[in-house]
Design a protein around this ligand. Structure first.
Ligand code: SAH
Length: 280
């Protein structure tokens, strides 16, 4: 991974995670608004519902040893550790996030069953066959080498274990290549959210097939999650959020000013919310 991208991602999350938690809570991912995206619900509940719907979709009923790849401040890791009475390990590029995740674990009495580390998902510091659930929610879009990322997820997965990978994608390009305008829209999103590039869900599926993941399944949940961005936009314009933004640096301000890029990306069918699951 190039040092500059690595540093940009780290700085982005170091600077913005405190504000995100203060305004939006511990989950740094989309919410689920029903398959047709029409359910009205509290934003935090929608984020928890996304986790629950993903587990159902992926057919995961139990787990003992969970790895959360790109864990933020441990929103999913601790939720899953609690739900399954399991051990959870989370990795992030941001030392601020890892420290905060450990504090949160302590606060809710889960520090004995959780561990958070600053580590690179493309070169994980874990032995082969270590985890029975590898969970990656909205971190794949940051990875410069999508193949290496999925290879690592596969390597650390125990035989019989399940991988769930959920990530921002662009639309499939088998019928029509991306237009110059779509490419420009994507590049604006890459710049603001520190992404090297995204790929389509069929491209992720092709990588996963080469890894010989079993029971492979993919799904596009764009419609179910797209309402999230308008809800985030509404809540970004409160005095508390604006004050927080002004004190968290330019990259965070830019991220907030650019929330419309994502909602417009969904509206035009360019941005897609891709799911992939498989077993080893
Ligand atoms: N999954 C979390 C956080 C999503 S934000 C949640 O849903 O709440 C994206 C996360 O991916 C951040 O924690 C960021 O540090 C992490 N990330 C990005 N690139 C990474 C890499 N190469 N290795 C490990 N973590 C990475």
């Amino acid at each position: 991974m190039s040092a500059t991208l690595y540093q940009q991602i780290q700085q982005f999350y170091d600077a913005s995670s405190g504000l995100w938690e203060q305004i939006w809570g511990e989950h740094m991912h989309h919410g689920y608004y029903g398959a047709d995206g029409n359910q009205k619900k509290d934003r935090r509940q929608a984020q928890i519902d996304l986790i629950e719907e993903l587990l159902k979709w992926a057919d995961v009923q139990t787990a003992e040893n969970i790895l959360d790849v790109g864990c933020g401040i441990g929103g999913s890791s601790l939720y899953l550790a609690n739900k399954f009475n399991a051990k959870a390990t989370g990795i992030t590029l941001s030392p601020v996030q890892a420290t905060r995740a450990k504090e949160r674990a302590q606060d809710i009495g889960l520090s004995g069953r959780s561990d958070f580390q600053v580590a690179d998902a493309q070169a994980m510091p874990f032995a082969d066959d270590s985890f029975d659930l590898v969970w990656s929610l909205e971190s794949g879009e940051h990875m410069p080498d999508k193949t290496k990322f999925l290879q690592e997820c596969y390597r650390v997965l125990k035989p019989g274990g399940t991988l769930i990978m959920v990530t921002w994608c662009h639309r499939p390009t088998n019928n029509a290549p991306l237009t110059a305008d779509e490419q420009k829209h994507l590049e604006d999103i890459y710049r603001v959210y520190c992404l090297p590039y995204v790929i389509s869900l069929p491209e992720y599926e092709a990588i996963a097939r080469q890894l010989s993941l079993n029971n492979l399944r993919t799904a596009d949940w764009s419609t179910a999650v797209a309402p999230f961005w308008n809800i985030v936009i509404d809540s970004a314009f409160t005095p508390q959020a604006i004050f927080g933004l002004l004190t968290s640096g330019w990259q965070t301000i830019q991220g907030a000013l650019s929330l419309g890029l994502m909602s417009r990306g969904y509206e035009r069918g360019l941005i897609r919310f891709g799911l992939l699951r498989g077993t080893k």
